[in-house]
Design a binder for this molecule. Structure first.
Ligand code: FAD
Length: 374
């Protein structure tokens, strides 16, 4: 008899949906509890790198992702005045038959993954979370926010950086700010933007952009973290436009279409990494619930998707859901994730400290690592 016949997944982000698809496809009964009342219609863009695309292909959604996103395999480095300093082939971390990078509108990726999870058989419950979890040798008793109770062979906490599942397990994990904040805008794509270009220095630490479809892109400016919460949407737009005015070349075209205050977003970078193991009994944490990194290398969602793929690979092959099975999972993930988190933080720290770090060596190390199968 399979060791996982019924599973509860808490959190319907990339990690949760990926796990739902893989466990449901293998024949397990899967319930997915998502705290949001419905699918998000608005959001920003996301840079999806090759190793994440490799997992999306394994999930069976690559064709849809490719159709909805914007793929490219070169990267540009520019000076603030717009001068193109370097144009390089980007590492195809998912293998030669996948692009190095694909930009996507986040809600489009979320919709594809959610629909695939439901099509695989997962039962998705919006506006639902867990109130209590009690794991014993053979299963987990769960009480939901609506008072319902149920028992599962396995509970997967994929509920993001402030994971409630993690709290219910009594795990204390300090999520610390890294010192940077990011402005993002989602807008129409000028013809001059056909891939990501990064501008280091100038008024911000990083200014960059990523096409997300033929007709859209997201662009970002990374600054010292500060409290921007008191700004109205109009004021946010004004601040971002003022910062963007320090950058030229394609940024001039982007600035011209930065007009909708409703499409500006400000977030501060944070990080944490849970020591092994990532389970307590039959409850296991994946994705941002276990580790989070600033998006300086754009690997967070990739790590979340890989966690789900490795968890399914290990647990669906296990004869028993004993600690050895969970240790095997964490062992396959920990060093890879630790390196990505550490180097993502380091990259930002060099900029904060004004230190000339060896960025090519750091990027080469991370890209080499994530090019290996998870
Ligand atoms: C500014 C910024 C930019 C980023 N850019 C990139 C990028 O370009 N590329 C990249 O790869 N990564 C990027 N990341 C990282 C990436 O967004 C995350 O690593 C990724 O979303 C993690 O996926 P997840 O499924 O673990 O968590 P999440 O995406 O956070 O999903 C968690 C889900 O759980 C739900 N949830 C939360 N609490 C509960 C609860 N109590 N009960 C039930 N459900 C709950 C949430 O509503 C959500 O749907 C970025 C992060 C930030 C902050």
């Amino acid at each position: 008899m399979p060791s996982v016949q019924n599973v509860l997944i808490v959190g319907g982000g990339a990690a949760g949906c990926a796990a739902a698809i893989l466990f449901a496809r293998d024949g397990a009964t899967v319930e997915l509890a998502e705290i949001k009342p419905e699918e998000s219609a608005l959001g920003s863009g996301i840079t999806v790198q090759g190793n994440a695309l490799r997992v999306l292909r394994q999930l069976g959604v690559w064709d849809e992702v490719q159709a909805a996103g914007y793929a490219f395999s070169t990267l540009g480095l520019r000076a603030p005045d717009g001068t193109l300093l370097v144009e390089m082939d980007d590492v195809r971390t998912g293998g030669p038959d996948l692009p190095a990078t694909l930009g996507m509108y986040r809600p489009a990726l979320a919709r594809i993954l959610t629909q695939a999870a439901v099509a695989a058989g997962a039962k998705l419950r919006y506006a639902t979370t867990v109130r209590s979890l009690r794991s014993d040798g053979s299963g987990v008793d769960v009480t939901f926010s609506d008072g319902a109770t149920s028992r599962y062979d396995l509970v997967i906490g994929a509920d993001g950086v402030r994971s409630q599942v993690r709290s219910l397990l009594g795990i204390e994990l300090e999520t610390r700010p890294t010192g940077m904040g990011i402005w993002r805008v989602f807008t129409s794509r000028p013809a001059s933007v056909t891939r990501t270009d990064l501008y280091y220095r100038g008024a911000c630490y990083i200014a960059g952009y990523c096409p997300t479809a033929d007709d859209s892109l997201y662009a970002y400016l990374v600054e010292d973290a500060q409290d921007r919460s008191g700004l109205s949407p109009q004021e946010q737009l004004a601040v971002m436009r003022e910062l963007a005015a320090h950058y030229h070349g394609p940024w001039d075209d982007i600035r011209a279409v930065m007009t909708d205050p409703g499409r500006i977003n400000y977030t501060r970078f944070e990080t944490h990494l849970l020591d092994p193991p990532w389970n307590r009994g039959r409850v296991v944490l994946i994705g941002d619930a276990a580790h989070t990194c600033p998006p300086t290398i754009a690997q967070g969602a990739a790590m979340a998707l890989e966690d789900a793929a490795v968890l399914a690979d290990v647990l669906l092959a296990a004869d028993d859901l004993d600690q050895a099975a969970f240790d095997t999972f964490t062992a396959r993930r920990y060093e890879r994730v630790r390196t990505v988190v550490t180097e993502s933080v380091q990259l930002g720290q060099w900029m904060l400290d004004g230190v000339e770090g060896n960025v090519p060596a750091l990027m080469g190390k991370v890209m080499g690592l994530v090019s290996q199968p998870a």
